[in-house]
Write a protein that binds this ligand. Sequence first.
Ligand code: HEM
Length: 446
Amino acid sequence: MTRTVPEPPDPGVVNALRFGSDTFRFLEGIQSRFDDATRIPVPGAPDLVVVTNPALAREALDQPDVFGRVPAQDSAALISEQGLVQSDGELWRQQRSVMGPAFAGRQVAAYADTTGRRAEQIASEWAERGEREINLHREMTSLTIRVASEILLGEDIGRERAADFHEWMATAGREFEFGLEVATPEWLPERISPEFEEAAANIRGLAEELIERRRADLANGDHEGPPDMLTMLIRAEDDPDVEYPENQIRDEVATFLIAGHETTALSLSYTLSLLSQHPTAREEVRAEAREVVGNGPLTHEDVDALPATMRAYREALRLYPPAWSVFRRADSPADLGEYRLDGGSALMIPLWSIQRDGRYFDEPEQFDPSRWERRDPGGVEAYMPFSVGPHACIGQAFALQGATLTLARLVSQFDIDVAPTELDDLRVTPTLRPQDGVSATVTPLD
Ligand code: HEM
């Protein structure tokens, strides 16, 4: 028998206000009240169904042809309309198969090794400069964007451009504060600001520049090394089975410049902040890292020797998932579990509140990396910081390995102290972002 998803008791306008003013408390309230899902009427738009049951969430995410993407819901969609994070159906399938090999096997090791080298470089700079205040998030953005550009696009964009990128992303984040309407298909910000337009144009311009240079290198036979994502994209133009819409390569490169670094930088900032507030966990990571860290940079081969560091990272991804919610839309009437959804319904899968639900995690609000000693993250239905199903994160292995090496290097050598209030007031944009970066004091250790 099919049922209708229950509505919350408050009228739609009250819900919309609560959602907009204190999104996470609102979602946690819904999470504790509804076992499966609730349906929030949005004035002038199809319903928003908030899915609270992880089994139903997985059911929806496993069926991209029934529950497709919500088009143009975030800043990335306005910067690079058809990149892999936005595309659906045949185009998405084609692109995922063209680029898939750039995210497996040898490339994962290369990403980890490059991250290890960059983390080493940051550590030497920090050590030289002694105790000081830093914007931790800016530093992590610089690290991750330079690694992503080097591995995926074959070129480190350099320190200055990395700093520019940090500003462009902050501008994009400011443009996209969340309200209920954001999850609806017709939503666009009321006014696109000139600052956002400029940031978007800069990101696209950088993508075009990298592509042009690579095309020239490939034509002259100057490009060395195994093919990376950009080479794969360019070579696929000659494949008769591949058909690109206009600007497809540019959209992919811009997408990966964003998706390849932002979430990882956020996750590192959050993990280091949490470790600063949990000295025992920090000591455990430090003791482990000191055993493994030798004289040179850490490499992918060291990852397996850092299980406590990996657990701390996984636990931070549970409490502060950088992609705090995943969105989908039912194009036609659809069944989800025992529920019948109207065609056009938007689906919100709030990883933030699902991953803090006491039905699935003991002491859910506690930062407790040791829970991942007792449980296998792959076997916990309610744990999905990289999403699941065919659209699950293509960069998951990159992020897990790269972040583990970075954390080990930095925690072994420094006290990175972050005031607990720094995580109090996060911005609800398509990603979970700190207001003005994360202030931290870095103290080199003996
Ligand atoms: C901690 C780091 C990261 C987190 C938490 C994260 C999270 C996610 C999530 C939740 C999704 C699914 C979105 C959806 O289902 O609509 C996703 C997709 C994606 N991620 Fe990540 N991500 C991370 C790192 C990365 C990295 C390092 C890359 C690239 C190098 C990347 C590239 C992508 C792409 C291209 C997609 C779209 C995949 C598709 O639809 O086929 N992500 N990510």
